[in-house]
Design a protein around this ligand. Structure first.
Ligand SMILES: NC(=O)C1=CN([C@@H]2O[C@H](COP(=O)(O)OP(=O)(O)OC[C@H]3O[C@@H](n4cnc5c(N)ncnc54)[C@H](O)[C@@H]3O)[C@@H](O)[C@H]2O)C=CC1
Ligand SMILES: O=C(O)C1=NCCCC1
Length: 320
């Protein structure tokens, strides 16, 4: 079995290929050329900490794979004397014919990159391809996902302003200073409040562990697009519930949504469709003033696609 550790994975990752892998995973999901059920969660008793198991099979000549991601979500890690990441992951790939284990692939960087790229794919197909404005991006949350989304959206789009807000202001300020230097620009701006960050933004990314809404309906401008990624008490805690009734809500996959967005479903929110059906041009938001929301849960087949991408790239670059 080949072992591809986090350092190697990071060297092999590439935004364009990650974007492509997410497009394929989402489209194949809608075409039913995948197998994946709602993931299973094992909670550490009396703690919010979870071990999540995500097995999947993706049929595709370029990105297809049989694999399983095991991912921990430990929000208490940020309070450790030496803080550790909240989300850590490992991916195992198996031979489709024999079932033999093929590779262990570090899943920490992959989870960051593929989640940000899934938001970018959703933004492209639900929003940008309708020639909507891409002037101001608002990022709420300056953790690992906030950073990955800042890199990915800088790479994939041409925003004139990228606003960043975080509950602890110093974290957002550090991101802004670091990224303005990294990209030799001044488009990254720190926002003192989530309200200031959201008001007037064309595209909003929410990547926090909050259990209380941080994106209020009245702040969101008509026609804006929201990618809600974070997991708090529920997977739909970041956006004020009433906005779900006045927006077109897209999901990554129905099985996951039925299990993890049951609160929204019970409240009567109807989903417009999977992002894959938008990529296939089967579903679209027609009204330019309607807010759109991508409710990102994360899919096992996204990790299969990434595992295959990294595995193939590793073999090409390490042929000896
Ligand atoms: N949808 C998907 O596919 C995925 C979702 N996630 C979720 O994305 C979220 C962010 O993940 P990471 O960036 O890795 O975590 P992180 O711990 O690095 O960052 C979380 C950020 O949320 C902020 N935050 C925490 N509690 C808050 C509150 N009550 N109000 C406002 N802000 C608060 C923190 O200040 C921190 O900057 C997590 O909830 C994680 O589970 C992670 C991976 C995949
Ligand atoms: O899809 C993932 O990977 C995750 N989703 C939400 C919680 C942490 C990991």
């Amino acid at each position: 079995m080949i072992v591809i550790d986090e350092n190697m994975v990071l060297k092999l990752l590439d935004w364009d290929k990650t974007f492509q892998a997410m497009e394929v995973a989402m489209r194949r999901c809608t075409e039913k050329r995948i197998v994946q059920t709602a993931r299973s969660k094992t909670q550490v008793l009396d703690k919010p900490n979870l071990l999540v198991s995500m097995p999947g099979y993706l049929e595709d000549s370029t990105f297809g794979a049989l694999g399983c991601k095991l991912v921990t979500f430990f929000p208490t890690n940020s309070n450790l004397p030496k803080p550790l990441p909240t989300v850590m992951a490992s991916i195992l790939l198996f031979d489709e014919t024999t079932g033999l284990p093929k590779a262990y692939v570090g899943g920490f960087e992959i989870t960051k990159w593929r989640t940000a790229a899934a938001s970018a794919v959703a933004t492209q197909h639900i929003y940008a391809k309708r020639s909507k404005p891409l002037r101001v991006l608002a990022i709420l949350g300056a953790g690992e996902q906030g950073r990955a989304h800042a890199d990915c959206f800088k790479h994939c789009f041409n925003f004139q302003e990228i606003r960043v807000w975080n509950r602890t202001a110093s974290k957002a300020k550090s991101l802004v200073d670091e990224y303005n230097k990294k990209y030799n620009t001044n488009i990254f701006k720190h926002c003192e409040s989530n309200e200031k960050c959201v008001r007037g933004a064309d595209v909003i990314v929410a990547v926090t562990n909050t259990s209380e809404p941080i994106v209020m309906a009245d702040w969101v401008k008509a026609g804006a697009h929201i990618n809600s990624v974070g997991l708090g008490k529920t997977h739909h805690s970041e956006v004020e519930e009433k906005l779900y009734f006045d927006a077109d809500v897209y999901i990554d996959h129905w099985e996951g949504a039925r299990a993890e967005l049951s609160g929204l479903i019970k409240a009567g929110v109807q989903f417009k469709g999977e992002v894959g059906s938008v990529i296939a041009n089967e579903v679209q938001t027609e009204d330019a003033n309607r807010v759109t929301i991508f409710q990102s849960l994360g899919m096992a087949v996204e990790d299969c696609a990434m595992g295959r991408l990294i595995y193939d790239t590793y073999l090409k670059t390490h042929s000896n």
